[in-house]
Design a protein around this ligand. Structure first.
Ligand code: M6R
Length: 588
């Protein structure tokens, strides 16, 4: 959940690090810091707050040195304080470490180190790594060997970068179940948690495998595997454009990403036929099919399950990734697990996938981040092609997931590739034109404590998605559920003026949903209809274009995303960085 960047260069690195830090800030944003080696001096500046606030106070950009690293934190162990912000220096300040992950055995390690005389300055699990590396470096005099020896003592997850006070020419790193990649530039080399950190500097990347460690200089990369043997790996070119990682003319990344959807549904529709066919074959032949994902990606999984059941007649279980290990009784050789993830780094998803493999299942994934851990752990991967998603709320990745899921289901059904994507893209552009209606809803309901979202059948996951979006961006309590469930309890909460969003496209469930709407209205709810067909039962109505039923969730999601976004802005939140959350959830 934390963002990491390190760089060894010929030139001063502080500005490069600061720029990269801002780009990975979406990964965690409660505190941040930077460390550089200048001459034989280790400098550390860090504090609580957003990167720009810390820069204001501590002037990280003025740090000298051509080797340095920086970190944005999403707190796990230890409160949000200046002392707990990374980097963490060892007691003699010979070593400094930044870390993403959780060290599960840090308490016994800390006790052991304290008994040897090490003094700790923070409450974090991370600090043990600095002290361990310090000891190992004293013994081995070799940065990479010291790093490898130290991480061997760790239990848990980590991506770390280490600076050595007497070696301004090198930096080391290591990873286990958390992302760490190498960027290979001209006379500068990077270690980072993702490509966005250095995309303005280089697009040549080496993806480190799990349990590998690395030492970089400005023009050399040395990788060692878990057995200590050298690994040779060429850089690959990553395609994300720098323009994709800026806000352009938009006030926030989230708004930019919502508005990109007419384009991204089209790019998601461009898939390699042979890969899609292999994906479909695997599902067709599987003895059992599971879908697993978290959050918004889980909602996309629910939509895929619906079509696999109803149209392809393939029994499919959808399990939230963090719970998959509890649902493996019937999993085995011949099972297929389809994993959805934007980041490809979600710890719950990675654990689910490992568990599935342990049971003999094959893993097929639908991922946005090229080269991510999930992409590399999977037997087959289909990419979302929607470019980097920086806003913590999943928006364009969701609609792209629904596109890719539909392509796979169509292939399972043996359908020829549908040509409806141009029309879909136009419909999404049309759906975006609801800003006036959305702003009116925001004006009327921004002070309400609760919102409800209901739908039926294929649309039910869209209700869940609408509620999730509103919760995470506006901090208003929201619940999503099938409309049929209302009468089993939730109706008790409906009173005069309670806003209820009802997603109700024309089609087989339309009339029944209208009956539920009447029941809600009779109890005082203010109904907000989202549909291609208006009805007088709704107090407010947002029209979305009529599309093929399989694409309806895509156009319906758009006004829900805009509602959450504008509600967030109106309530003075930062929609790109909602409190307590992080984009890439790399802890369990
Ligand atoms: O990167 P992933 O798709 O695996 O992330 C899964 C969830 O953490 C993510 O969808 C989360 O729920 C979003 N913040 C929702 O907008």
């Amino acid at each position: 959940m934390c963002g990491i960047i390190g760089c060894v260069a010929e030139e001063p690195v502080a500005d490069i690090l600061l720029e990269g830090l801002k780009r990975v800030e979406y990964r965690g944003y409660d505190s941040a810091g930077m460390a550089t080696i200048s001459g034989r001096r280790l400098g550390v500046r860090k504090g609580v707050g957003r990167v720009s606030e810390i820069e204001e106070r501590k002037k990280m950009s003025e740090m000298s040195g051509s080797t340095g690293m920086a970190h944005t934190r999403w707190a796990t162990h230890g409160g949000v304080t200046d002392e707990n912000a990374h980097p963490h220096a060892s007691c003699r300040e010979t070593v400094a470490v930044i870390h993403n992950g959780i060290i599960e055995n840090y308490i016994p390690l800390k006790k052991g180190l304290q008994a040897k005389g090490h003094r700790f300055k923070s409450e974090t699990d991370t600090e043990v790594i600095s002290h361990l590396v310090e000891d190992e470096y004293k013994r081995t005099k070799d940065p990479l060997k010291a790093t490898v020896a130290a991480v061997k003592k760790l239990k848990g997850q980590y991506a770390i970068v280490v600076l050595f006070q007497d070696r301004s020419d090198v930096m080391t790193g290591a990873r286990k179940d958390a992302p760490l990649i190498v960027g290979v530039g001209k006379n500068k080399t990077f270690l980072a948690s993702d490509v966005l950190a250095f995309i303005g500097q280089t697009d040549r990347t080496i993806f480190l495998d799990n349990l590998e460690a690395v030492e970089i200089t400005k023009d050399r990369v040395k990788i060692v595997g878990p057995d200590g043997k050298a690994v040779s790996r060429e850089p690959t070119q990553v395609a994300w454009e720098l323009s994709d990682v800026s806000k352009s003319a938009f006030a926030h990344y989230t708004l930019k990403e919502i508005n990109e959807q007419p384009k991204t549904v089209l790019s998601a529709s461009v898939q390699d036929k042979a890969k899609v066919e292999r994906f479909a074959q695997a599902i067709r032949k599987a003895k059992s099919v599971y879908i697993t994902a978290s959050g918004t990606s889980y909602h996309a999984g629910l939509l895929m399950k619906f079509r696999l059941n109803k149209e392809a007649k393939i029994r499919t279980d959808v399990v939230v990734a963090g719970e998959l290990k509890e649902h493996t009784e019937f999993m085995g050789d011949g099972s297929v697990v389809v994993a959805f993830s934007q980041s490809g780094e979600t710890a719950d998803v990675m654990e689910a996938v490992k568990e599935a493999k342990k049971h003999g299942a094959k893993v097929y994934s639908i991922v946005n981040a090229v080269g991510s851990s999930l992409a590399r752990e999977s037997d087959e991967v289909l990419l979302l092609n929607c470019g980097p998603e920086v806003g913590v709320a999943a928006t364009k990745s969701f609609t792209s997931q629904v596109v890719v899921a539909n392509i796979v289901v169509d292939a399972v059904l043996g359908k020829k590739r549908s040509n409806g994507y141009k029309e879909l893209s136009e419909a999404v552009a049309e759906a975006l034109k609801c800003e006036a209606e959305v702003l009116e809803l925001v004006r009327l309901y921004m002070g309400r404590p609760d919102f409800y979202f209901v739908a039926r059948g294929y649309e039910s996951p869209v209700a869940l998605e609408g509620a999730l979006k509103l919760k995470e961006l506006s901090y208003i309590h929201a619940e999503g559920m099938p409309a049929s469930e209302l009468k089993h309890g939730t109706l008790a909460l409906i009173e005069d003026g309670t806003p209820v969003v009802i997603i109700n496209p024309s089609g087989p469930n339309h009339a029944e949903s209208l009956s539920n709407a009447e029941e809600l209205k009779a109890r005082g709810a203010d109904l907000i209809g989202i549909s291609d067909e208006e009805d007088e039962v709704y107090k407010h109505f947002i029209h979305v274009p009529k599309v093929q039923p399989k694409f309806a969730p895509i156009v319906e999601a758009v006004p829900l995303q805009l509602l959450a976004y504008h509600m967030s802005v109106a309530r003075s939140n930062n929609p790109d960085y909602p409190r307590n959350l992080a984009k890439s959830v790399t802890v369990k």
